[in-house]
Design a protein around this ligand. Structure first.
Ligand code: GTR
Length: 326
C-alpha cells in the first residue's frame, strides 16, 4: 500500500514536471457581463480557440459576471499580472492610458464603422501602443455600440433636460465633465451598483448601450431611453503585456489569431443583440425617444475637449487625425 502511494506520488510529480514543460500558461480572464451576452459568448469562444490554436499550451479560465471585482479593479489586476486577460471597455482605461482616452471624448466618432476605421489605422496603432506600454496589450477590438441617456422621469431632448439630474457615469473625468457641462450632477459608480442606485433614487439616470440597458434590468427602473448616442467606445480583449511578451512569436500569433476570430464573432452577435435588446425593452414598456437635434449636446462639449488638451497637449494631433478620418 505504502509502495503504491509512493509510486502514485512519484507518478504525479513526474506528470507535474511534464505539465510544466509542455504547458506554457494557465490564464485567468475577467468579464463583467452575464451569460448569453455577446461578450460572454465571444470570450468563451476565445478561450476555446486559444486552447485549439496553441495546441493546449495556453488555457484560459473565464470568470464572467464581474465575479473577480469591478472593472477599474480588474484593469489594475491585469496590469499587475494577477489576472492575464480582461474584456475591458476603454472608458475605465482612459484615466491610465492618455492615448486610449481619446475614444472617451464625447461625440468623437461619427458612428461605429468610423470607430473601427480609426482603430484599424494609425490612430488605433497609437492607442494600442499606449495601452501596451501601461501593461494592457489589446489583442482585438469588440463592438460596444453607442451609449445613450436613460432615467425614470422623462425623455431628454436638450441639455436643459439634464439640468440638476444625478447621472451615473463610469470612472473617468471626461464623463464627469460631460455631465457637468450638461448641467447635471455626475456620479461615478461601479456597474454592479447601478441597478440599486436607480431603483432607490440614489441616482436619477445613467447611460449605456441597448444590450447593457437591457441585460442589467436597468430598463425596469429607468424607462425613458433617449438616443443621445454621445459615446461610442470600443472594448478590447486585453492581455497582460509581460505575459504576452514572454511567449514565443508562434504562440503570440496563435493568441492574436484567437482574439481576432473571437472579435469577429462578438461583432456579429453584437449586431443581433442590439436589435433584440431594443425590442425587448420596448416590449417591456420603455419609452424610446429619438433626439431631433443633437447639436446642442455636441456644442456643450467644448470645455471637455479643452480640459483634455490642457492635460494632454501632445494628443491634439491624434484627436485631429480621428476627426479627419473618413
Ligand atoms: C458596458 C460595458 C462594460 C461596462 C459598463 C459600465 O456597456 O460593456 O464593460 O463598462 O458598460 O457602464 O460600467
Amino acid at each position: 500500500m505504502f509502495e503504491n502511494i509512493t509510486k502514485s506520488l512519484i507518478g504525479a510529480a513526474a506528470l507535474a514536471v511534464i505539465g510544466v514543460t509542455a504547458h506554457a500558461a494557465d490564464w485567468r480572464g475577467w468579464n463583467i457581463h452575464v451569460d448569453g451576452y455577446p461578450n460572454t459568448v465571444a470570450m468563451d469562444k476565445f478561450a476555446e480557440l486559444l486552447a485549439d490554436k496553441t495546441g493546449g499550451e495556453i488555457t484560459l479560465q473565464m470568470f464572467h459576471g464581474g465575479t473577480l471585482g469591478s472593472q477599474p479593479d480588474a484593469v489594475e489586476q491585469v496590469r499587475a499580472g494577477a489576472l492575464e486577460i480582461g474584456n475591458f471597455n476603454l472608458g475605465p482605461i482612459g484615466p491610465i492610458v492618455a492615448e486610449a482616452n481619446v475614444v472617451s471624448l464625447p461625440f468623437i466618432f461619427k458612428d461605429v464603422p468610423h470607430m473601427f476605421r480609426v482603430l484599424d489605422s494609425e490612430g488605433g496603432a497609437a492607442i494600442a501602443a499606449g495601452m501596451a506600454a501601461k501593461g494592457l496589450t489589446p489583442l482585438a477590438w469588440y463592438d460596444a455600440g453607442a451609449r445613450s441617456f436613460y432615467n425614470g422621469e422623462k425623455a431628454i431632448n436638450t441639455p436643459a433636460d439634464v439640468q440638476g439630474m444625478k447621472v451615473r457615469v463610469m470612472n473617468n473625468d471626461l464623463f464627469t465633465g460631460m455631465i457637468a457641462q450638461l448641467g447635471g450632477n455626475p456620479s461615478p459608480m461601479a456597474f454592479a451598483e447601478v441597478y440599486q442606485a436607480l431603483k432607490t433614487g440614489v441616482v436619477d439616470g445613467a447611460e449605456n448601450n441597448w444590450p447593457s440597458y437591457e441585460s442589467t434590468g436597468h430598463f425596469e427602473v429607468a424607462g425613458f431611453y433617449s438616443l443621445s448616442q454621445h459615446l461610442i467606445i470600443p472594448e478590447c480583449i486585453c492581455v497582460n503585456t509581460d505575459a504576452f511578451n514572454a511567449l514565443s512569436p508562434e504562440m503570440q500569433a496563435a493568441v492574436s489569431e484567437a482574439a481576432q476570430e473571437s472579435a469577429l464573432l462578438q461583432r456579429e452577435l453584437w449586431a443581433a443583440r442590439e436589435l433584440a435588446s431594443r425590442e425587448a425593452v420596448e416590449a417591456g414598456g420603455v419609452v424610446v425617444n429619438e433626439i431631433a437635434d443633437k447639436a446642442p449636446f455636441q456644442d456643450a462639449m467644448g470645455p471637455v475637449y479643452e480640459a483634455y488638451f490642457e492635460t494632454n497637449p501632445d494628443l491634439r494631433p491624434l484627436v485631429e487625425l480621428i476627426q479627419a478620418t473618413e
